[in-house]
Design a protein around this ligand. Structure first.
Ligand SMILES: Nc1nc2c(ncn2[C@@H]2O[C@H](COP(=O)(O)OP(=O)(O)OP(=O)(O)O)[C@@H](O)[C@H]2O)c(=O)[nH]1
Length: 806
C-alpha cells in the first residue's frame, strides 16, 4: 500500500532521542531518517511535534495516531517518561514525529529555559504543533498551557516576524483530552481562542509588528478526544478519526497543507535541526533564512562531493589509456554521460535547497567536472593529432612508393583531407559536438561538454605540421626526381660524347656540347612537367634546375675525363698517327721503299697528331653560343650542392698533362718510325749479282755433274717436283715449322745427354731451416732456384735465379 505522498510505507521504526536531558543534539538523526526510509524523500515528508503538560498522554496519542514507539508512562508510577526531545518515523506514513518533553515537568521545576528552546526548535522545523491539554485545563489562563502558548507566540514572532506571502505558517492543533462532553467542543474552542487572543495581545511585539495578528502566523484547529479510561471505545474511535486528518489528503481538514512545510529537504533535516539547536542553545538570534542558507551550503557541498566522488572514479578509469596515447572510442559521449549523471545527481538533491546557494554550488561543481574532464579532452586531442599525422605521413609514403606516374599534389591533398577529417571528427566527438556534416536539427543542437573547450589550436598545429611533412616529402621526392633525371642524363650522354670524341675533328666540342644541350633541355622539360604536380614554387624550381644543370655538366665532364684518360688518349693518338703514317690516302697499308719520303710522312703524321692534344686539351666549341655557363647559384641552394668552377672545368688536359702525353706519344711514334725503317732495310738486303756470277763459275763442275748424272738428275727433278707441290699447297711454312721444332728437340735432347755425362756432382742441399726458410730446387738439371729471403710465412721478397755451370 502506498502512502498519501507516494512514499513506500515504513515498517515499525525505532525512536531516537534527538536532544537529551543535557540538551545535547544527537549525531544519529540522519541514520535514523534513513532507517525510516525518508532520507531520499526530498520534500515529500511531513514533520509534526507535540507539546503539552507532562503525563497528559502525549506519547500514548502519538503511538496510536502514527504507530510510533514512544515510551508511555506506567500508570502506576506516574512519573515523567519523556525527557528532552524524541523523534520517530510514523508507520506507513512519510512522517517524522517529535515528542517533546512535557512542560511544567516536575523534575525540571520552574526551568522555563528548555520549554522556550524546544518551542523555538519545533516551530523552526515542524508543520503542525499538536498542543495536548486536558479538558479541565481549558480556560485556566494561568495554567501551564497558557504559559507554553505565550512562549510559542513569542518565539514565532522572533522567527517569522517579518513575513511575506511565501513565509511558512504553522498549524496549532489543540487536542483536548478526556473530553467528557458536558461542554461542547465549540465552546471550548471559543474559550481557547479568546484566551489565545489575550495572550497574543499581551506579548511584546517587535518594532513594526504592532498590528500583527495571530491569524497571520498560525492556523488553529481544535479536536476533542473521549476519556481513554472511562470511554475507551470512543477514545479509539476519536483517535482513528483524527488519524484520518493526517492521512487522507482529500479531506478538507487535512492537516499537512503545503503552506505549513518548512521546505527543508529530508536529507537536510538532521543538519538543519542540529544547526537550529546550536543557535538556540547558544542563545543567538535564530535567523532561519541564514540557517537555511548555511544548510544549503553544507548539503550542496555534501551532495556535490558525493557526485564528484563517483564521477572521479569514472574519469580515472580513462586517464591511463588517454595518457598512454590511446584514442578512446566515444570518449565525448562517455564524458557527457558521466557529467550528466553527476549533475543529475546533484540537481536532484541540491535543487531543493536555497536557490542562490544551489545555483552557485552547481556552477562550482560544473567547473570541477570540466576541470577533471579537460585533461582527457586535451589528451584525446593530442592522440588524435599524433595519429592523424602518422596516417598522413604513411599515406604520403605509400602514395609515392606506388611508383608510376603519380600526381604528388593529389596525393598530398587526399592524404591531408583524410587526416583532417579524422582529426576533426574525433575532436568534435571528444568535445561533445555533433559529428561533421550532420546538420543539427533546430532545437536539438548538441551542447558541447564545455563551451570553453576548443580544438582549433590543435587543429591548426596539425595542419601546420602536415604542411611541414608535405614540404619535406616534396623536397625528398624532388631530390629523387633530380637524381633520376641525372642518371637518365648520364646514360643518354655517354654514347654521343664517345662518338664525338672518337672522331677528333675540329668541331668535336660543338658536337659534344650540342648533344649536351639537347639532353639537358630534355631533362629540364621532364623536371618541369613533374614539378607541376609537386606544387613546387618558383624558388624550389630554380634550385632544382640549377642542380640538374650543374650535375649534368659534372656528368659530362666525368664522361670526358673517362674518354681522355691517359691510355685512351694515347690509343687515340696512336690510331690517328697510324692512320696517317702507315696507310696511304686510300687506306691501303704502305710498303716503304727507299725512294719514298718516309721522314717527311713521319713528321707530317706526327705533327698532325700532336695537334690533337691541343684539341682535346680544352672544351672549346667553334660556335661560342654553345659554350656552357652556370647561372649564379640560388640563395636557398642546399649546402651539399656547393658552387662549381665551370671555367676551370673547361680544361680537360692540363699543361703538364699535355707535355706528358706528347712525350709518351713521341716515344710511340719514334718506335713506329724505326720499325718502318727496318722494313726498308730488310727489303733491300739481297745477294748482289756479282756473287751469283762467281758462284756459277766456281760451281760449274758440280752443276754439270748434277745435270748429267742420271741419278742426281732424277733426284733433283724429284726434289723440284716436291718443292713445287709443297709451295703450291702452301705447306712450306708448316713444314719449316715442324722441321724447326724437330731440330730444336733433337738439340735439347742431345744437350741433356751431354750434361748428364759431363756434369759435376751436385752438392747436397742445405738443411732446411725450421719453417722459416723454404728452398725450391728446380727439377731441371743444371738450374737451381734458391730463395734467399724467404720469410716465416712463406713469402719471398726477392728470388734469385742461379745458373749452375756444366
Ligand atoms: N485519563 C487519561 N489517561 C491517559 C490518556 N492517555 C494516556 N493516559 C495515561 O496517562 C499516563 C501518561 O501517559 P503518557 O502517554 O506517558 O503521557 P506523556 O504525556 O507522554 O508523559 P510524559 O512523556 O512523561 O510527559 C499513562 O499512564 C497513560 O495510560 C487519556 O486520554 N486519558
Amino acid at each position: 500500500m502506498a502512502t498519501p505522498n507516494g512514499v513506500p510505507p515504513t515498517s515499525e521504526s525505532n525512536r531516537i532521542q534527538i536532544i537529551d536531558e543535557n540538551k545535547t543534539f544527537t549525531h544519529d538523526l540522519n541514520g535514523a531518517i534513513k532507517e525510516w526510509g525518508l532520507l531520499d524523500s526530498g520534500f515529500n515528508y511531513d514533520l509534526v511535534a507535540i507539546f503539552g503538560s507532562q503525563s497528559t498522554g502525549k506519547s500514548t496519542l502519538l503511538n496510536r495516531l502514527f504507530g510510533t514507539t514512544f515510551d508511555v508512562m506506567n500508570e502506576t508510577e506516574r512519573r515523567q517518561t519523556t525527557k528532552g526531545i524524541w523523534m520517530c518515523g510514523a508507520k506507513n506514513m512519510p512522517l517524522m514525529v517529535m515528542d517533546v518533553e512535557g512542560t511544567d515537568g516536575r523534575e525540571r521545576g520552574e526551568d522555563q529555559d528548555f520549554e522556550r528552546k524546544s518551542a523555538l526548535f519545533s516551530l523552526a522545523s515542524t508543520e503542525v504543533l499538536l498542543v495536548n491539554m486536558w479538558e479541565h485545563q481549558v480556560g485556566l489562563y494561568h495554567g501551564a498551557n497558557m504559559a507554553l502558548l505565550k512562549t510559542v507566540f513569542e518565539v514565532n514572532l522572533q522567527l517569522f516576524g517579518k513575513r511575506d506571502a511565501t513565509s511558512p505558517r504553522t498549524l496549532l492543533l489543540f487536542v483536548i483530552r478526556d473530553h467528557v462532553g458536558a461542554t461542547p467542543l465549540s465552546n471550548l474552542r471559543a474559550t481557547l481562542i479568546a484566551d489565545l487572543s489575550k495572550i497574543w495581545d499581551s506579548i511584546a511585539k517587535p518594532e513594526g509588528l504592532d498590528h500583527a495578528k495571530l491569524d497571520d502566523y498560525f492556523d488553529m484547529s481544535f479536536v476533542a478526544l473521549a476519556h481513554k479510561i472511562l470511554r475507551p471505545d470512543q477514545f479509539e474511535e476519536d483517535v482513528l478519526k483524527l488519524r484520518e486528518r493526517f492521512f487522507d489528503r482529500s479531506r478538507e481538514d487535512y492537516v499537512f497543507k503545503p503552506v505549513y512545510h518548512k521546505r527543508i529537504p529530508a536529507d537536510g533535516v538532521a543538519h538543519y535541526m542540529e544547526g537550529i539547536w546550536e543557535q538556540v542553545q547558544s542563545n543567538k538570534d535564530l535567523d532561519l533564512p541564514t540557517q537555511q542558507e548555511l544548510l544549503a551550503q553544507f548539503r550542496c557541498d555534501e551532495i556535490a562531493a558525493g557526485a564528484l566522488e563517483e564521477f572521479n572514479i569514472q574519469a580515472r578509469s580513462f586517464r591511463k589509456p588517454v595518457e598512454g596515447g590511446r584514442i578512446v572510442e566515444e570518449l565525448g559521449r562517455t564524458m557527457s554521460t558521466w557529467k550528466q549523471s553527476a549533475l543529475t545527481r546533484f540537481d536532484t538533491a541540491a535543487s531543493r535547497y536555497h536557490k542562490g546557494v544551489y545555483t552557485r554550488k552547481r556552477a562550482d561543481l560544473l567547473a570541477q567536472l570540466n576541470t577533471t574532464l579537460s585533461p582527457l579532452f586535451l589528451g584525446q586531442l593530442k592522440n588524435l593529432h599524433r595519429s592523424a599525422l602518422t596516417t598522413f605521413k604513411k599515406d604520403l609514403v605509400d602514395g609515392v612508393r606506388t611508383g608510376g606516374d603519380y600526381d604528388f599534389g593529389t596525393i598530398v591533398q587526399d592524404a591531408g583531407k583524410k587526416a583532417e577529417e579524422f582529426f576533426e571528427s574525433g575532436a568534435r566527438e571528444a568535445a561533445g559536438l555533433a559529428p561533421l556534416g550532420i546538420k543539427e536539427e533546430e532545437g536539438e543542437e548538441k551542447q558541447p561538454i564545455d563551451a570553453e573547450w576548443s580544438y582549433t589550436d590543435e587543429f591548426e598545429q596539425l595542419k601546420h605540421e602536415m604542411q611541414l611533412v608535405a614540404d619535406q616529402c616534396r623536397k625528398d621526392e624532388t631530390k629523387k626526381m633530380v637524381n633520376s633525371i641525372e642518371k637518365t642524363f648520364i646514360r643518354q650522354i655517354a654514347e654521343p660524347v664517345e662518338v664525338a670524341l672518337s672522331k677528333a675533328k675540329s668541331d668535336m666540342w660543338d658536337t659534344v656540347l650540342k648533344a649536351f644541350r639537347e639532353n639537358l633541355e630534355q631533362c629540364e622539360a621532364t623536371y618541369l612537367s613533374k614539378a607541376k604536380s609537386f606544387n613546387c614554387n618558383d624558388e624550389e624550381n630554380g634550385v632544382s634546375l640549377y642542380i640538374i644543370k650543374k650535375r649534368a655538366w659534372v656528368a659530362l665532364r666525368k664522361r670526358i675525363d673517362e674518354l681522355t684518360a691517359d691510355p685512351v688518349i694515347l690509343t687515340k693518338l696512336r690510331d690517328y698517327f697510324e692512320e696517317r703514317f702507315r696507310y696511304d690516302e686510300k687506306g691501303v697499308p704502305r710498303v716503304w721503299k727507299p725512294e719514298d719520303d718516309m721522314d717527311g710522312s713521319f713528321q707530317r703524321a706526327r705533327d698532325k697528331t700532336l695537334e690533337l692534344v691541343h684539341l682535346y686539351a680544352k672544351i672549346a666549341p667553334k660556335d661560342s653560343s654553345l659554350e656552357f655557363s652556370l647561372p649564379p647559384p640560388p640563395t636557398s641552394l642546399p649546402e651539399d650542392d656547393t658552387e662549381y668552377d665551370v671555367a676551370g672545368s673547361m680544361v680537360v688536359l692540363s699543361e703538364t698533362k699535355q707535355m706528358d702525353v706528347n712525350a709518351r706519344f713521341r716515344r710511340d711514334a719514334d718506335a713506329y718510325y724505326l720499325e718502318a725503317k727496318r722494313s726498308i732495310v730488310s727489303s733491300v738486303s739481297q745477294v748482289p749479282g756479282w756473287a751469283w756470277g762467281l758462284m756459277l763459275i766456281l760451281g760449274w763442275n758440280e752443276i754439270m755433274t748434277l745435270i748429267f748424272n742420271p741419278l742426281y738428275a732424277v733426284a733433283l727433278c724429284f726434289a723440284c717436283g716436291v718443292a713445287y707441290t709443297v709451295i703450291q699447297l702452301g705447306l712450306a711454312g708448316p713444314i719449316m715449322q715442324v722441321s724447326k721444332t724437330v731440330a730444336g728437340e733433337v738439340q735439347r735432347q742431345a744437350t741433356a745427354k751431354l750434361r748428364e755425362q759431363f756434369a759435376e756432382p751436385v752438392p747436397a742441399p742445405p738443411v732446411a731451416r725450421q719453417n722459416s726458410t723454404a728452398s725450391v730446387y728446380s727439377s731441371e738439371p743444371g738450374l737451381t732456384r734458391r730463395s734467399t729471403t724467404a720469410t716465416v710465412n712463406g713469402y719471398s721478397d726477392a728470388d734469385e735465379m742461379e745458373m749452375k755451370p756444366w
